[in-house]
Design a protein around this ligand. Structure first.
Ligand SMILES: Cc1cc2nc3c(=O)[nH]c(=O)nc-3n(C[C@H](O)[C@H](O)[C@H](O)COP(=O)(O)OP(=O)(O)OC[C@H]3O[C@@H](n4cnc5c(N)ncnc54)[C@H](O)[C@@H]3O)c2cc1C
Length: 446
């Protein structure tokens, strides 16, 4: 599997991963009207990366700012995380909760961050409305579950802060959560009613159709392999030829090759996140686990597990994956998720004895200080990355903010927009640090 810290660029022309989403709705991504025209020699602005961030940026640049935009995707649109994710649409991004933000930036800025998350939800709703199937939204909210009794106290403390910002959230004690999720690893929970489950591939297709209708030229199978300057212009060398522009948007996130541009080197850690999807549960199995088909669930482990019942009754269960791309497909990682699923729902013993119907992984982008940045790393270059695995909702707005930044508009005075992604100390040792973190987290979550 492509590895951003090892390979020079992804692709070209790699097919989509064999995911549950792809198996059901792959045809949605078939030829778009403006897709795969010949590569022009010039553009007003080039967007690298055909996921949510890149497509939203391109859409905004073409629709609102009237720019001639060329979007370059190394493989097929949505080949990265944007068709591989679990479809949890939640407020927030990165790994910082409101309590962490209050300590860093105070109550007023934290409230402004919360308002920004609302803008992201509003933009996501635009894409829901533009999709005939409504993105197959499952609107039962999200449950954050204390996976053991020791986790209750800190979950309760975070709830006490959270309810100042999101008053509709509810606390569920042991009896309350056991009534909804029959698991020995469910001891208390916070319910967030605003969150919902969606079909990530339909979301990608919805944004892509709008971008295409706005006039964006989408070029697939065109990895950027080399980057130089011709006077004031950036010149990108792709598998399909060369293109120049005064401005370039980098929207490659967890798939960013380590040396795409000197300004991005060593500023993020690509981390593999993996999911399994089981066969459809029987009626008895559904009763045994109690889970409703409308709820999203995540636990309180440092390395979290998350799950949801899909519209056709299958169970999706996710967590961390391998460290290196070359190990991503090793059967032990699917086995590890099956074992974790069995620990969560012992009643599914028979189901977890068989291999899952689907297993896949993708690279999420982790920032050193746990939150993303949208910034100008070098003259004429604009980027947004570092969502730390929470990008389905936020990336919709991030693309818009990225377009505004590229067009010289002032962004809200929030931490996401005020600095560059910090560089990792000793970047060549990022994976050694990640391995050590995994060992520690596993020991602490027992
Ligand atoms: C298994 C999994 C589950 C997840 N679940 C959730 C979830 O439930 N909720 C949530 O909020 N987030 C989730 N995420 C994270 C979320 O999917 C991402 O944050 C989001 O999709 C990022 O979108 P993006 O457009 O920034 O990047 P991506 O969708 O990853 O797109 C980047 C694109 O850049 C392209 N690219 C890279 N280099 C080049 C180059 N040199 N030339 C041209 N193109 C290039 C790649 O091919 C890729 O298509 C999950 C991620 C994974 C892997």
């Amino acid at each position: 599997m492509y590895d951003p810290l090892v390979d020079d660029f992804p692709g070209p022309a790699q097919p989509h991963v064999r995911s549950y989403w792809q198996a059901r709705h792959g045809a949605e991504l078939a030829q778009l009207p403006n897709a795969n025209a010949a590569l022009p020699e010039h553009a007003d602005i080039i967007v690298i990366g055909g996921g949510y961030t890149g497509l939203n940026a391109a859409l905004e640049l073409a629709e609102r700012f009237g720019q001639q935009v060329v979007l370059l995707e190394a493989n097929k649109l949505g080949w990265g995380c944007s068709t591989r994710n679990a479809g949890f649409a939640m407020p927030g991004t990165g790994r910082l909760g409101y309590g962490d933000w209050e300590k860093r930036v105070g109550v007023d800025v934290t409230q402004a961050i919360k308002d920004e998350y609302e803008h992201a939800f509003a933009r996501l709703q635009r894409h829901v409305d533009a999709c005939p199937a409504g993105l197959e939204a499952q609107r039962g909210g999200y449950l954050k579950i204390a996976h053991n009794p020791q986790a209750i106290e800190s979950l309760r403390a975070s709830f006490n802060i959270l309810k100042r910002y999101e008053p509709a959230t509810k606390w569920l004690d042991a009896a309350g959560i056991q009534a909804r999720v029959h698991s020995p690893q469910a001891h208390a929970a916070i319910h967030y009613p605003q969150s919902f489950g969606l079909n990530p591939l339909l979301l990608l297709a919805s944004v892509a159709r709008q971008a295409s209708a706005a006039g964006v030229s989408i070029i697939e199978d065109a990895p950027v392999k080399q980057w130089d300057r011709v006077e004031q212009l950036h010149r990108l060398h792709t598998g399909k030829g060369r293109i120049c522009a005064p401005k370039v948007v980098i929207a490659t996130n967890g798939y960013t090759p380590n040396h795409l541009h000197p300004s991005n080197h060593g500023r993020s850690l690509p981390v593999l996140s993996s999911v399994i999807v089981t066969r459809p549960l029987t009626a008895d199995e559904k009763i045994a686990i109690g889970l409703q088909s409308t709820e999203l669930v995540m636990d309180t482990r440092t390395l979290k597990y998350y799950y949801r019942l899909l519209p056709d009754g299958r169970l999706m269960f996710g967590g961390r994956g391998a460290i290196r791309g070359k190990d991503a497909h090793h059967p032990r990682y699917a086995r590890h998720l099956l074992e974790a699923l069995r620990g969560t729902f012992p009643a599914l013993k028979e189901l977890t004895n068989a291999p899952p119907d689907f297993y896949w992984s993708g690279w999420v982008n982790v920032a050193l200080d746990n939150y993303p940045r949208i910034y100008t790393p070098a003259p004429g270059i604009f980027t947004s990355m570092g969502y730390c695995g929470a990008g389905v909702t936020f990336s919709q707005l991030a693309g818009q903010r990225l377009a505004e930044l590229a067009m010289g508009e002032e962004l809200p005075a929030l931490p996401f927009y005020q600095s560059a992604l910090p560089k990792f100390p000793l970047p060549h040792l990022r994976r050694v640090g990640q391995w050590a973190f995994y060992q520690l987290a596993r020991w602490r979550s027992l």
